[in-house]
Design a protein around this ligand. Structure first.
Ligand code: FES
Length: 106
């Protein structure tokens, strides 16, 4: 089971055992109990699942589709080097050790 290290908006770090097959957003919200609104339900339409990925992890993640990039670029907390929408990242064993921080709420 991949282990995700996630820092919440209060600066607290959570080590979350993830299940393959879920999305990263579902893992952070449901298994980690983190405060992610995910108001679009993971349909790449709300950007409330925005996370800042540790820079050395960006290249290891599956590349963002154009619709993800277009949406996240509009976020006030967007940072090209580390912004992703967590609902668009499927959990696989390759994510073991992934380190990220929830982006500030908008
Ligand atoms: S949950 Fe809405 S864009 Fe990810």
């Amino acid at each position: 089971m991949p282990m995700i290290h996630a820092t919440d908006r209060q600066g607290q770090t959570h080590d979350i055992m993830a299940n393959e097959g879920a999305s990263l957003m579902e893992t952070l919200r449901d298994k980690g109990g983190l405060d992610i609104a995910a108001i679009c339900g993971g349909m790449c339409a709300c950007a409330t699942c925005h996370v800042h990925v540790a820079p050395d992890w960006m290249d290891k993640l599956p590349e963002a589709e154009p619709d993800e990039t277009e949406l996240v670029e509009f976020s006030p907390a967007y940072e090209e080097a580390r912004s992703r929408l967590s609902c668009q990242i499927p959990v696989t064993e390759a994510l073991d050790g992934l380190t990220l921080t929830l982006a500030p709420e908008e």
